[in-house]
Write a protein that binds this ligand. Structure first.
Ligand code: TYD
Length: 207
């Protein structure tokens, strides 16, 4: 069995965590062994870094420091969780990966080549076999995330609509530049349809 690496990306409230779980069930029904994970986090070290990233003032970190923290968390996540699972023939489904750094920290003026260079240094440049970008109108995503998180919004979710619009444009650019790997999914549809679209987008990778 060949391990496959799948990432789900998108803005707040796009339904990534729901889809990661639904996709895991659909793959397990086909006899595939699945590991679900997320970023920032997914290993002990990366979860410790997550607390530094998610809590505190919006301006706690400079865009550069923040980018380094995400890259450090990812390096640990890849080494301790993702690589071992892939080597064991498991499928790894992650809720966010390096494209989130490109979309979010890219807005802070961190250049895409620098992010990819850090990714090569920290994580051996490991890229997903396939990435699903869950897209929906920004207002709809922000409304969903607000209904979910309310006052508990983290450093990123607390930013304004202009920020989330820029994130969405960043993701769309990544999808346009890498059509083989990245598939755009309309996440405004009912969850079961979204899962079916994702499964259809994996057809060529399924055993
Ligand atoms: P999280 O609470 O995991 O939830 P959600 O994915 O539902 O928003 O929030 C992670 C936040 O961190 C999210 O706002 C995006 C941000 N982020 C980055 O800015 N860069 C990154 O590289 C990653 C992985 C996440």
């Amino acid at each position: 069995m060949i391990g496959r690496f799948i990432s789900l990306e998108g803005g707040e409230g796009a339904g990534k965590s729901t889809q990661v779980r639904a996709l895991a069930m659909a793959l397990e029904a086909r006899g595939i062994v699945v590991v679900i994970t997320r970023e920032p986090g997914g290993s002990d070290g990366a979860e410790a870094i997550r607390a530094l990233l998610m809590q505190g003032d919006v301006a706690r970190w400079s865009p550069q420091a923040e980018t380094l923290l995400f890259a450090a968390a990812r390096a640990d996540h890849v080494e301790r969780t993702i690589r071992p699972a892939l080597d064991a023939g498991r499928w790894v489904l992650t809720d966010r990966y390096v494209d989130s750094t490109r979309a979010y920290q890219g807005i802070g003026g961190v250049d895409d080549d620098a992010i990819l260079a850090l990714h090569r240094f920290g994580s051996g440049g490991l890229m997903p076999d396939r990435t699903f970008l869950l897209g929906l109108p920004v207002e709809q995503g922000v409304a969903r995330a607000t209904a979910r998180d309310g006052a508990a919004a983290d450093r990123f979710a607390a930013r304004g609509e202009g920020f989330h619009l820029a994130v969405a444009q960043g993701f769309e650019r990544i999808a346009r530049d890498d059509r083989d790997r990245v598939r755009l999914i309309d996440a405004s549809r009912p969850a079961a349809h979204v899962t079916a679209d994702i499964m259809a987008g994996l057809a060529d990778l399924l055993p």
